[in-house]
Write a protein that binds this ligand. Structure first.
Ligand code: NAP
Ligand code: ZN
Ligand code: ZN
Length: 357
């Protein structure tokens, strides 16, 4: 763990929400001086995750303001601290949802840093390394991060398509691995947005039989093009009769309240429904819907550093990146509105060269 390191802080351009629910606006923020294990990164692209939208809108009731969101960061290393061994100047790298953890608890020892009680989120958290100020995310031109939380981006992936892998990619890869998606397994992806479209690509590449469950059939051609074998509309009651008892695994990427029992009934015996999408409303689940078919209802949160690197390498080998709409900083507020209304195909990515103070 670092203490305050000597040296000048750097002022860089960023976009911040001044208060909960406010529009994002241009600003400048400070980045800490380079510590011995730190990597300085010139950000090129940053994805717009629905969690950014939740956080800025105060949906989860926490967070510090002004808030600079952004945790799907891809860029190039511009400087390294004297003790850095993993990265070199010029490397193509990424930073995801966390930038710190205690590094010594049982979770950290197992490479599950995302479940460490001392994990530090990339923005709106307390920067335990340097002076206790707030962390600032990737809606900015530069970031300074401990090398342990910096990942290599494979050369085969364009940085704009790789950026969303740092959150949406690992959040779907980790449960697919954990619940053994692969040849012979039937996986349903509920909600075809940022997480959902990467879940389809990754599950397909793992060899699973993939079904998209979307509110309507309007994205059917897209879903099949992404690698899904089947596509069904959840606004059609016949879907629930037709697919009863089908899936080994359902990944739920929806961020609003659902009839959980209706989806548990779609699981094959012993199947698991995993919550990835976050609603702050309590779930309303009948115990009978779990007993019947020995169902499991689970949750999963991003992934650890080693697994995130494994996911990036997997995506590099399979040519998997996000389908992105690149925007300038001036369109971030519009992008937030569209994400809130489910109107995105399939990830907005902001071009960091457009951040101006
Ligand atoms: P997104 O791009 O907005 O996708 C969510 C999808 O949910 C939409 O595309 C839509 O798909 C579906 N949906 C169903 N009901 C909806 C409604 N009432 N309004 C809007 N969309 C609805 O979001 P995302 O970036 O993939 O994130 C999804 C959720 O995962 C968010 O809650 C986010 O905070 C959470 N998240 C969790 C983790 C984690 O570690 N667990 C990590 C990242 C994000 P259809 O149109 O196909 O129905
Ligand atoms: Zn995210
Ligand atoms: Zn720990």
């Amino acid at each position: 763990m670092h203490d305050e390191v000597p040296g000048e802080r750097t002022r860089v351009a960023a976009c911040a929400a001044p208060s909960a629910g406010a529009a994002l606006e241009p600003t400048t923020i400070e980045r800490r001086p380079l510590g011995p294990h730190d990597v300085a990164i010139a950000i090129q692209y940053c994805g717009v995750c629905h969690s950014d939208v939740h956080q800025v809108h105060g949906d989860w009731g926490d967070g510090t303001f002004p808030m600079v969101p952004g945790h799907e960061i891809a860029g190039v290393v511009t400087a390294i601290g004297p003790d850095v061994t993993k990265h070199a100047v010029g490397d193509r790298v990424g930073v995801g949802v966390i930038v710190g953890s205690c590094r010594e608890c049982t979770m950290c020892e197992q490479g599950l840093e995302q479940y460490c009680a001392g994990s530090v989120e990339t923005y709106a958290a307390t920067d335990r390394y340097h002076g206790g100020g707030p962390t600032h995310g990737g809606y900015s031109t530069h970031i300074v991060t401990d090398e342990h939380f910096v990942l290599r981006v494979p050369d085969s992936l364009p940085l704009e398509a790789a950026a969303p892998l740092l959150c949406a990619g690992i959040t779907t890869y980790s449960p697919l691995k954990h619940w053994n998606a692969g040849p012979g397994t039937k996986v349903a992806v509920l909600g075809l947005g940022g997480l959902g479209h990467l879940a389809v690509k990754i599950a397909h590449a793992m060899g699973a039989e993939v079904t998209v469950l979307s509110r309507s059939l309007s994205k059917k051609d897209d879903g099949l093009g992404l690698g899904a074998d089947h596509f069904h509309a959840t606004d059609d009651p016949a879907t629930f009769d037709q697919l009863a008892g089908t899936f080994d695994l359902i990944l739920c990427t929806v961020s609003s309240r659902l009839d959980v029992g209706a989806y548990l009934a779609l699981l094959a015996n012993g199947g698991t429904m995993v919550y990835l999408g976050i609603t702050d409303e309590p779930l309303d689940v009948s115990v009978f819907s779990l007993l019947r078919g020995r169902a499991s209802l689970a949750g999963s949160q991003i992934g650890g550093m080693a697994e995130t690197q494994e996911m990036l390498d997997f995506c590099g080998r399979h040519g998997i990146g996000a389908d992105v709409e690149v925007i300038g900083a001036d369109r971030l507020n519009e992008a937030f509105e569209r994400v809130r209304h489910g109107d995105v195909r399939y990830r907005f990515v902001v071009d960091a060269s457009t951040f101006e103070a």
